[in-house]
Design a protein. Structure first.
Length: 236
């Protein structure tokens, strides 16, 4: 099948963005966007529709197995993982690749997602001493540990604005893991930050639930976190 690949390119942080359209043909509908990008970069003779060399397309990848979240980008206006998006899904043959819009662009499809990790640091989401799982908290801790920190949830969240007070699902999901492990006497500061940085800003649209590539049970985590941090109840 013949595809038209449109990529929003940007040489570096200071350069002006531009769109490049690349013709591409494959008989494999199971080819992923990640494989597509690797194939384009491996062919120095590949040109765009104007006959110009496309140059190296900058993008991130690591595991290519839907485990790390590094290859998150906007694909036909929807945040997805490139390694988990097959070309055959796009019956029109037109595929538009863009960087995530809520993060500063480093180059092409690579963005700076440092704000997510700074937010985790601000919440203090780490253990300073050994903690034990209770049977009651094991399910929550496991579900929270599956977060990829890919940023797809932040891309669709109507309440998240980088640099402002609401930290969104990329923070409240891993918070559930720590809340399930720490005894109450050791998590007072985290509970206070949770109320100020997460609970008060969440509009409960749950757009994060619908977009999560790991299909985390965000409803369950949100209910449990709120129960512990706001209503002072035990995890269930």
């Amino acid at each position: 099948m013949k595809y038209t690949i449109e990529i929003l390119r940007q040489q570096d942080r200071e350069a002006a963005p531009y769109r490049q359209i690349i013709p591409f043909e494959t008989d494999d509908p199971q080819m992923t966007v990640a494989t597509l990008l690797k194939t384009l970069n491996a062919n120095p003779r590949q040109t765009d529709i104007d006959g110009n060399p496309i140059g190296k397309i900058e993008w991130e990848c690591s595991c290519l197995q839907k485990k790390c979240g590094a290859c998150a980008m906007r694909i036909n206006a929807k945040p997805r993982l490139a390694c988990d998006t097959k070309l055959g899904v796009f019956k029109s043959g037109r595929i538009v690749l863009e960087p995530l819009k809520k993060f500063p662009v480093i180059a092409d499809l690579i963005v700076d997602r440092a704000v997510m990790f700074e937010n985790l640091k601000q919440l203090g989401l780490w253990l300073e001493k050994e903690a034990r799982h209770t049977k009651r908290g094991e399910e929550v801790a496991y579900e929270a540990s599956r977060c990829l920190q890919c940023g797809c949830c932040l891309e669709v969240c109507p309440n998240f604005i980088p640099g402002e007070d609401f930290y969104s699902a990329a923070s409240f999901v891993p918070t559930g893991r720590v809340l399930s492990e720490l005894p109450r006497k050791d998590k007072a500061a985290i509970l206070d930050s949770y109320v100020n940085k997460i609970y008060r800003g969440c509009g409960k649209s749950l757009s994060c639930r619908d977009i999560c590539p790991a299909q985390i049970d965000i409803d369950h985590l949100l209910v449990n976190n709120n129960a512990v941090a706001v209503w002072k109840r035990f995890l269930k």
